[in-house]
Ligand binder design. Structure first.
Ligand code: GDP
Ligand code: MG
Ligand code: ZN
Length: 301
């Protein structure tokens, strides 16, 4: 009997692929008891394996730093949200929603404006919104390779031994970008998009690929399925704190119960009027506010 530590890099149909500390890759199942405890191992989980009689079983899961339900992944350190300048048209509300969910889960968000050559004007507009809001941002174009080296440098330097994922609506260029950044993954990520059909992903499978600096990267099937009523989301009271650029104004409104949607003397609305907060971000905030207001109070995990 022997215990081994590993990281789940792939999982489907109850079968998991693990990368062990000694570099070995093992395929195995989880112990049956997980089913009764209503936990199931996720990609990104750090686990202990029991090796007995020639077979391996996942015995325990280390406490998670965070988890997202869709895309289904645990212990994410950084989320790259890909926003196209065109084709498909950027959906900033969904971007802001995902960024709030990530922030609530203590996942740092980096924005990537993709396909910038399709509309330089729109790319600049989007870049302005998110740099003003305090996000790290890259602008890329895959056909010409513009911006790709910058992201690669950033990942190599700032994401050592970290788990990172690319998210964004279907067709925004996630897989293409990942292939350009990490040539060594080309075959693997390509085969994923071939099987499922470009832009029409039906799979929810997430797989981690090892990067040069000991980190891991996940391509995801998009976030169109991210779902508000589910438990990866949060309560109304948590909402203002998930907008990083609101932080310096919070606590400065005239009313202590200010919702920052329409009140007189609201420090956030005043900042918006002075141009310090982007209009589209505040629009997303108001929409999220309305949705969360209607939602049943969230029961903590
Ligand atoms: N013009 C242009 N097309 C791109 C760019 N990146 C990806 N594409 C194309 O957009 C489509 C969707 O790309 P894909 O990487 O599969 O998107 P994903 O669904 O986000 O993974 C494909 O036809 C790509 O060739 C880009 O930077 N510029
Ligand atoms: Mg893809
Ligand atoms: Zn306010």
């Amino acid at each position: 009997m022997e215990y081994i530590k590993g990281l789940i890099v792939k999982g489907s149909g109850g079968l998991y692929d693990l990368l062990c500390q000694n570099g070995e890759r093992i395929s195995c199942r989880a112990k049956g008891a997980f089913r009764h405890e209503a936990v199931s191992p996720l990609v990104g989980d750090r686990v202990t394996l029991l090796h007995e009689g020639g077979s391996y079983v996942i015995e325990s899961i280390e406490e998670r730093r965070n988890m997202l339900i869709r895309p289904s992944i645990a212990n994410l350190d950084r989320l790259f949200i890909v926003i196209p300048s065109a084709r498909p048209e950027a959906d900033l509300f969904t971007v802001d929603k995902l960024s709030s969910i990530a922030r609530y889960n203590n996942i740092e968000v980096v924005m990537i404006v993709s396909k910038c050559a399709l509309s330089r004007k729109k790319a600049m507009e989007i870049a302005d919104i998110y740099t003003k809001s305090g996000f790290r941002l890259f602008v890329t174009d895959s056909p010409s390779g513009e911006g790709v080296e910058n992201i690669k440098d950033y990942i190599n330097k700032e994401c050592k031994a970290k788990i990172i994922a690319f998210a964004g609506a279907s067709g925004v260029g996630k897989s293409t970008l990942i292939n350009n950044i990490f040539n060594e993954f080309s075959r693997k990520t390509d085969s994923v998009s071939e099987k499922t059909g470009r832009g029409r992903h039906t799979t929810r499978t997430v797989e981690l690929f090892e990067t040069e600096n000991g980190g891991f990267i996940a391509d995801t099937p998009g976030f169109t399925m991210l779902d508000f009523e589910r438990f990866d989301f949060f309560d109304l009271g948590d909402l203002p704190g998930t907008f990083i650029e609101f932080e310096r104004y919070l606590g400065k409104c005239r009313y202590t119960k200010c919702t920052h949607t329409k009140e007189e003397g609201c420090a956030i609305i005043e900042a918006l009027e002075r141009g310090e907060i982007a209009k589209s971000r505040h629009e997303s905030y108001k929409l999220l506010y309305e949705i969360l207001k209607r939602k049943q109070p969230y029961r903590k995990k």
